[in-house]
Design a protein. Structure first.
Length: 893
């Protein structure tokens, strides 16, 4: 030991296991005078840190002149802003000194021999401890000490590496034991390994035993272990440490979550409220220094905080009885609805204390508000019933999660009829109701629909026109009305990526327009006809002026929140009951289903007779609905089929519900045109071609079987089948056919047999009908100029009709044929001539009277009443009955 080292420093060096010879060769010494530090280039701030231990450095090329200084009382580091940090600077380096590699003087001769392994460690004391045990050691000043800057300021690998023979050399990197717990140390290890491998060295690592709380360096390890034990720790570079693998379990169902402000989760109702809270902060924590900062005066802020209310009154969240974590599932409510639509704080407190609104009272107040502003004169029902209808629809929006289908409402009428006022009322009282104008953004509509809000679209005429509306908004607005319907949207995700989110479109909607909806939207919609009112009290009142309301709007909205939360789970049962008890069925019931469920529930809550009134209204609406949907081609075709079949039954002697009638497409087409003209249907008659009608008939899935000998494409139908089609479209009531459906349906017979199929056309029926269609043609040679003069209708055969009525009834089925062909005859009606052709025999009645069929018609005519006017010698004269055995007729069997 030299005289330049103090006893304290001597003990410190010995504690690191450094031999005296290695210590003396290094030149350790104690610094007590700050002037000595000045000679080495330390700054005044560094010079005041005396006493301390000076450790000279030696580069691989043999040069020195650099050093490190370890003060006995180290200083705290400061951040870029000059504030003190928790980091302690153990070693001081002269300001401006370049980074160098260091090697103990005893190791320098071994650097040129690649057969000698090199141990690379951090810090000169650890290097000297290794050299004291005979190892060739290279020292880094810091784990990233193998890098420096060139003359241009660029970061590069130190040139000192060039003075060491690396090719084929075994290299052991020995960092402190915390290498596996500090990301920066591990990254430096991986980078140094890569550099040395490129120089041809065989690099491995020595992982010293230790832990997060116990740091072990090379000098510490060699104090208690041999070199053989050190070599035993040599290993190739280890991978990044991995945490224990997570336990993955398959779940039977996706996790529950609250995605709407009023929703059902696991058959329990939950409502969200965002009341304002006042927050006073007297202390905060500085995130950079972790120091507590006191505030005088305190910091005061007002913020909206989320509270979840359960149907039993339990509250979760800040300000609630329980924390949100105790809900047991996530809350995915990112957007806060408008304040005027939310449940107010004092109302939430009242609900939590057990107060519940009376359902009948809430209904009556809602009805009275509607009655105050809207005049339903000449609408579908009386003023009172229509107000009840709208009130039921508004309340049904608060029970959306209890239903599977949401009906649409379409107030329709001319300018000034009150459509916008009705829409405004529905939005004001409906669940999160919002009046949507053309300028509304797609993103806002998307979020509202995802919450299940009542969307009210004013002036909706342009929505059905893709050229005049935003396609994204149009898709969202006209999307399906069933639970589970979604539209995919792309949203920016983390790390500049995009993700697909499926936005729910299941929500109630109301549209106001002068025009009627298209056929598809109309089938999901209840149309409310309105006319301009003469009632000054209603015409001059605006729902936006809340002082005119008979009841406080905000109080009514609070009660609707409470009503929905308290009874949401209950309405599921009533929805199922409506499916069993309602008169309507299928697609006709769907728009009415939710409000009928509310009516049935309210009827049992004290609103007597509401169910009967609303159910009756739904029935009456179907009759008036035909006028609203007069342009529905399928409905027109079904009506035409019924008319054609009715005339067929008036002619065929044997008539039952399973009697098949073969109707050609041409006949049905003419009947459709006639009905469309009579009803002033909103449809272009020029487009009603046989091809168009044929496509509709194909979609109705009618039987295409036809009797032998019949001409033209057509369909075989029965009464029972037509009644089923009419019932599915709600047409039976409008045609007063309910009595005939008492025996409808596929039922077992007394002898144990059943109807053959849905059409009701059995093979036996078809065979009997085929016998009636044996073709009887007029001979083209014997009857080239045959002409039918007229048909005398006997009043005794049709006692309930006059001769003119009977004639019109029969002749209506004679279709116009383009030209007169061979074998054709002219039927001379009272106003015009109609060329027709006899095509076959239709059988005989009970008295043996024979009938013939006419091409293009299902009507049959008795042979003995046909008269001719002709110059042919082989044809009977005018007013003379036809001889059935005459040569002018040829029967083909």
């Amino acid at each position: 030991m030299t005289a330049q080292i103090s006893k304290e420093h001597e003990r410190e060096i010995e504690a690191s296991g450094i031999a005296d010879a290695v210590r003396d060769a290094r030149g350790y010494r104690t610094i007590t005078d700050s002037k000595e530090l000045a000679d080495w280039g330390f700054t005044p701030k560094q010079q005041i840190r005396v006493p301390g231990l000076l450790i000279p450095g030696f580069a691989p090329d043999g040069s020195n002149g650099f050093c490190t200084y370890k003060p006995d009382y180290p200083r705290q580091a400061r951040n870029s802003k000059g504030k003190l940090t928790d980091k302690i600077i153990k070693y001081e380096i002269p300001k401006g000194a370049s980074a160098r590699l260091d090697t103990p003087p005893a190791c320098r001769p071994m650097l040129a021999d690649p057969s000698i392994p090199i141990f690379i460690t951090e810090g000169p004391k650890k290097a000297d401890a290794g050299a004291s045990r005979g190892l060739c050691v290279l020292c880094l000043y810091g784990v990233w000490g193998f890098k420096g800057k060139n003359d241009f300021g660029g970061v590069t690998v130190l040139a000192d590496f060039d003075f060491i023979a690396w090719l084929g050399r075994e290299v052991r990197i020995v960092f402190d034991s915390d290498v596996m717990f500090k990301t920066g140390v591990r990254q430096a290890l991986e980078r140094l390994t890569e550099i040395l491998q490129r120089k041809g060295a065989h690099v491995s690592c020595v992982y010293l035993p230790g832990g997060r709380d116990t740091k072990v360096g090379l000098d510490d390890y060699l104090l208690d272990h041999t070199l053989e034990e050190l070599e035993a720790l040599v290993d190739a570079p280890r991978p990044e440490p991995q945490a224990a693998p997570p336990v993955v379990e398959l779940m039977d169902a996706p996790p529950s979550a609250i995605r709407r402000p009023l929703t059902l989760v696991d058959d329990m109702a939950y409502a969200a409220a965002w009341p304002y809270v006042k927050i006073t902060r007297t202390e905060t924590i500085d995130q950079k220094t972790s120091h507590i900062i006191k505030h005088n005066p305190p910091l005061v802020s007002q913020e909206q905080r989320l509270i979840i209310v359960r149907t039993d009154g339990a509250t979760f969240g800040e300000g609630g009885k329980y924390p949100l974590a105790e809900l047991g599932f996530d809350v995915a409510l990112q957007e806060i609805p408008p304040q005027e639509k939310l449940w107010r704080a004092f109302a939430v407190k009242s609900y939590a204390q057990g107060q519940r609104p009376d359902p009948s009272n809430v209904f009556q107040r809602t009805r009275e508000v509607v009655d105050r502003f809207i005049d339903f004169d000449r609408s579908t029902a009386s003023q009172s019933e229509m107000c009840e209808f709208i009130a039921c629809y508004i309340i049904s929006s608060w029970f959306l999660d209890a239903f599977n289908i949401a009906g649409f409402l379409w107030p329709n009428g001319g300018k000034g009829s009150g459509k916008t006022q009705l829409l405004t009322l529905i939005a004001a009282l409906g669940y999160l109701g919002q009046v949507i104008l053309a300028g509304g953004s797609y993103a806002s509509l998307r979020d509202l629909a995802d919450y299940g809000a009542m969307l009210c679209f004013d002036d909706a005429e342009n929505m059905s026109d893709p050229k005049q509306s935003d396609p994204d908004k149009r898709t969202l607005l006209l999307a399906g009305n069933r639970r589970g319907n979604t539209v995919p949207v792309k949203e920016p995700g983390p790390d500049r990526t995009w993700r697909t989110r499926h936005v729910s479109t299941y929500c109630p909607r109301a549209f106001s327009a002068i025009r009627l909806p298209d056929d598809v939207l109309a089938s999901r919609t209840i149309i409310v006809p309105l006319i301009r009112t003469a009632d000054r009290s209603k015409a001059n009142s605006d729902p936006l002026e809340e002082t005119l309301w008979p009841h406080d709007r905000r109080q009514l909205v609070d009660d609707l929140w409470a009503l929905g939360l308290a009874h949401l789970s209950t309405l599921q049962t009533y929805d199922r009951r409506v499916g069993l008890e309602a008169t309507l069925a299928g697609r006709n019931l769907e728009p009415w289903r939710s409000l009928l469920a509310v009516a049935l529930w309210l009827d049992e809550q004290g609103v007597c007779g509401l169910w009967q009134r609303m159910n009756g209204l739904s029935e009456r609406y179907q009759a008036e609905r035909q006028a609203f949907e007069s342009g529905d081609l399928t409905v027109l075709v079904i009506k035409a089929l019924w008319k054609c079949y009715g005339d067929f039954c008036a002619i065929v002697p044997s008539n039952s519900e399973n009697t098949p009638a073969f109707l050609t497409t041409a006949i049905v087409t003419e009947a459709v045109k006639g009905i469309a003209l009579d009803q002033e249907a909103d449809i272009n008659l020029e487009k009603l071609t046989s091809r168009t009608i044929g496509r509709v008939l194909n979609k109705l899935r009618l039987s295409s079987k036809r009797p032998d000998g019949s001409k033209g494409r057509g369909y075989t139908v029965t009464r029972r089948e037509l009644e089923k089609r009419m019932a599915s479209f709600g047409l039976l009531d409008s045609l007063n056919l309910m009595a005939q459906t008492a025996h409808d349906g596929t039922t077992a017979q007394a002898d144990g047999t059943s109807d053959a199929d849905e059409t009701g056309v059995t093979d036996t029926n078809l065979a009997e009908a085929a016998d009636c269609f044996d073709e009887m043609k007029l001979s083209s040679q014997a009857n080239e100029n045959a002409v039918w003069e007229g048909y005398e209708v006997r009043e005794d055969e049709m006692p309930t009709h006059s001769e003119d009525e009977a004639f019109e009834e029969v002749s209506a089925f004679f279709t116009q044929i383009a030209e007169v062909r061979l074998g054709a005859a002219i039927w001379r009606g009272k106003n015009h001539d109609q060329p027709i052709i006899v095509t076959g025999e239709a059988g005989q009645d009970a008295d043996g009277r024979r009938y013939v069929t006419i091409e293009g018609s299902i009507t049959t005519i008795p042979l003995d009443e046909i008269e001719y006017e002709t110059t042919s010698a082989d044809v009977p004269l005018r007013d003379q009955p036809i001889d059935e055995n005459a040569s002018s007729f040829e029967v083909e069997r």
